[in-house]
Ligand binder design. Structure first.
Ligand code: TEU
Ligand code: CA
Length: 538
C-alpha cells in the first residue's frame, strides 16, 4: 500500500513570519490556526512546522533550550495541542522540526555540561583540550569562524557546527540518544504526522577525524532511532541532507533499511556559486546544469526502493522566482513554470509559505536591516578579510536567508495583514500587489496553479507513481519529460528560460491538464513562450 506521504504535498510554515495573532509583530501558533482554512483550500496534506520550542532565538528557534516546551512568543503547549487537533479537522497533519544535532547553550544539559569535567552531562556534548594553546583543529562553523569555542571554566573547547550558542550534541553517548528518543515519543504521542530532521546527516560526526556529514555511525543511529520511536507508526520522516548523493538518499529511504521516509537533497544549491567556494561567491546559473541536476535526481534513484522530496524553497534559501526565474516581467509565468515541473515530477513536493502566491526576495541596502545570524556573521568576517561592503550586501540580497523569511503577505492592508503591530522583520513593500487576498480573487493567479497541481496529484496515481522519462535533445533551456503508469502517459513541457524556445515533438495528445499560457493544440514545430509550461495527457 502506498503510504500517505507519497501522495502528500507538504507546506512549510515558518512560524515567526506566518501570522501574528496578538500584535507583538511575531507570528504565532494561534495565527497558524487562524489560517488552516486557507491551507485546506490550497489542498495541502501536511504542515512542516519550523521550530516553536523554547529557545533564546539566536537562530530563530533552531537553538532549542527545551524540546518539550513551547516558546512563549509562539504560544503555549495548549495552543500547540489545539493546532494538532484543529489541523486534523482540516485533514492536515503537523510535521515537527527535530533539531537534535545541537541544542541551545541555554539548554539545561549544556548548562550542566559546562560546570565541570566530571558533570554527568559533560559527555552529552563534545569537549576537547586545546592543542598548542589553540583550537583542536581547523573545523569551521557554518556561521563563520571556528567550530570550536573555548570555555574558561574548564579550559576546554566545545564543538559547534553552527553558532557558538548551538553546541553540538555527542551522539556517541547512549544516554543522550535515549533522552532524544524519549522526547520524540512525547511528540509522537501527541498525534503529530512526523518529523523533519534538521542537519541529520551530521549526527555521525567524528570531529577528531574532521568528519562532519555522512559519518560511519549515521545510519546505525538512524536505524536505532527508527526502532525506538516511529517504527510501525504511520509517520513521515524527512532528513535534511545537504551532502546526499542519489545512492546515499537510497540508503536513508530504502524501506527495508528502516531509516527515514525521504531526504531533502540540495545539489542544485551550489549551481550558482563559484566552484569550491561559498554560497556568497556568486556565479550565474547555467540552465543546462539545473536541468541536469533535476533529471539526475529523477533517474538515478530507484523509486521501487527509495523515495525523493521535491522543493524549490525553504527558510534558508532565496525565493526561486527571484533567483532563477524572473520576478519582474514574468513573475507569474515563471512561478507557475517552476510549480508545474516540480509538482509533476516523481517524489513528494514541498511548498514554502508564500511560494504559492509568488513572493519575491526583498533587497536591503545596509547590514542594519539584516536579522539572520548567518548573513551578519559572514558580513563581519568578510569585512575583516578585505571584501567590499557593497559586494557583501549584494551577496546577501541574492542569497541571504532573510529573503524567504519576510512576513507572509496576506492582504494589501498595513503590514500585509501579518500583524497589527511592528513586524519583527519588515514586510516586503511589494505586498500591495502580491498578497493572498489578491491571489484568491484572481482565477489566473499562481495560487490556483498550485491548487490545481495538488488536486492533480490527489486524483491521479500517475503523478505519484508514474515513471519519469526524459525527452532527449530539447536543448538546455527546455525541459520535457514523460510520466508513465500502465497505459497512461503524461507529457510535461517547460521553457526554463525567459527567451522564446523552439520545440518539436511528433506526438498527439487528448487533453491539456494544466498550462501557464493559452492551451496549445499541437506540439509540432512550436515556439515556447518565456517560461511557458504545460502538461498534456496522451
Ligand atoms: O540548516 C542547515 C544548514 O546547513 C544551513 O546552515 C545552510 O547551510 C544555510 O542555511 C544555507 O544558507 C538547518 C536549518 O534549516 C537552518 O535554518 C539552521 O540555521 C541550521 O540547520 C542550524 O540548525
Ligand atoms: Ca504574536
Amino acid at each position: 500500500m502506498t503510504p500517505w506521504w507519497k501522495k502528500a504535498v507538504v507546506y512549510q510554515v515558518y512560524p515567526k513570519s506566518f501570522q501574528d495573532s496578538n500584535g507583538d509583530g511575531i507570528g504565532d501558533i494561534p495565527g497558524i490556526i487562524s489560517r488552516l482554512e486557507y491551507l485546506e483550500k490550497l489542498g495541502i496534506d501536511a504542515i512542516w512546522l519550523s521550530p516553536v520550542y523554547l529557545s533564546p532565538g539566536v537562530d530563530n528557534g533552531y537553538d532549542i533550550s527545551d524540546y518539550q516546551k513551547i516558546d512563549p512568543q509562539y504560544g503555549t503547549m495548549e495552543d500547540m495541542d489545539n493546532l494538532i487537533r484543529e489541523a486534523k479537522k482540516h485533514r492536515i497533519r503537523i510535521v515537527m522540526d527535530l533539531v537534535v544535532n545541537h541544542t541551545s547553550d541555554r539548554h539545561p544539559w549544556f548548562i550542566e555540561s559546562k560546570k565541570s569535567k566530571n558533570s554527568p552531562y559533560r559527555d552529552f556534548y563534545i569537549w576537547r583540550d586545546p592543542v598548542d594553546g589553540h583550537e583542536p583543529n581547523d573545523l569551521k562553523s557554518a556561521f563563520s569562524g571556528s567550530a570550536w569555542k573555548f570555555d574558561d571554566k574548564t579550559g576546554q573547547y566545545y564543538l559547534h557546527f553552527f553558532a557558538d550558542q548551538q553546541p553540538d550534541l555527542n551522539w556517541k553517548n547512549p544516554e543522550l540518544r535515549n533522552k532524544i528518543y524519549g522526547m520524540m515519543n512525547y511528540w509522537i504521542d501527541k498525534g503529530i504526522g512526523g518529523f523533519r530532521m534538521d542537519v541529520i546527516e551530521l549526527i555521525g560526526k567524528d570531529p577528531d577525524k574532521k568528519i562532519r556529514e555522512n559519518g560511519l555511525m549515521l545510519h546505525p543511529y538512524l536505524k536505532e532511532m527508527n526502532e525506538h520511536t516511529f517504527a510501525g507508526k504511520d509517520l513521515m520522516t524527512v532528513g535534511e541532507t545537504w551532502n546526499a548523493t542519489p545512492k546515499i538518499a537510497e540508503e536513508y529511504s530504502d524501506p527495508s533499511r528502516h531509516e527515514l521516509s525521504m531526504v531533502f537533497q540540495f545539489e542544485n544549491q551550489s549551481l550558482d556559486q563559484q566552484a569550491g567556494k561559498e554560497k556568497w561567491d556568486l556565479r550565474a546559473l547555467d540552465l543546462g546544469e539545473l536541468k541536469k541536476v533535476l533529471v539526475k535526481w529523477q533517474t538515478e534513484i530507484d523509486f521501487n526502493h527509495a523515495w525523493n522530496s521535491l522543493f524549490w524553497e525553504n527558510h534558508d534559501i532565496p525565493r526561486v522566482i527571484s533567483r532563477w526565474g524572473n520576478d519582474k516581467e514574468y513573475r507569474v509565468q515563471s512561478a507557475k513554470m517552476f510549480a508545474i515541473i516540480l509538482h509533476l515530477m516523481h517524489g513528494t513536493p514541498y511548498i514554502y509559505n508564500g511560494e504559492e502566491i509568488g513572493m519575491t526576495n526583498c533587497p536591503v541596502t545596509s547590514i542594519d536591516e539584516v536579522e539572520d545570524i548567518e548573513s551578519i556573521n559572514m558580513y563581519h568576517e568578510r569585512l575583516t578579510q578585505g571584501y567590499k561592503q557593497d559586494d557583501l550586501i549584494k551577496s546577501i540580497n541574492v542569497k541571504g536567508r532573510d529573503n524567504a523569511r519576510r512576513p507572509m503577505q496576506w492582504s494589501n492592508k498595513e503590514n500585509a495583514g501579518f500583524t497589527s503591530g511592528t513586524p519583527w522583520l519588515k514586510v516586503n513593500p511589494n505586498y500591495k500587489n502580491i498578497n493572498v487576498q489578491e491571489a484568491l480573487s484572481d482565477p489566473e493567479s499562481i495560487f490556483y496553479t498550485y491548487q490545481k497541481l495538488i488536486k492533480l496529484r490527489h486524483e491521479n496515481p500517475i503523478v505519484v507513481d508514474g515513471n519519469f522519462e526524459l525527452v532527449e535533445n530539447t536543448g538546455d533551456n527546455a525541459l520535457a519529460f514523460w510520466r508513465k503508469l500502465g497505459d497512461e502517459k503524461w507529457l510535461i513541457v517547460a521553457n526554463l528560460s525567459g527567451k522564446k524556445q523552439d520545440f518539436n515533438l511528433d506526438n498527439d495528445f487528448r487533453k491539456v491538464l494544466i498550462s501557464n499560457y493559452e492551451k496549445r493544440d499541437s506540439l509540432k514545430n512550436i515556439t515556447l513562450k518565456p517560461y511557458e509550461a504545460f502538461a498534456v495527457r496522451e
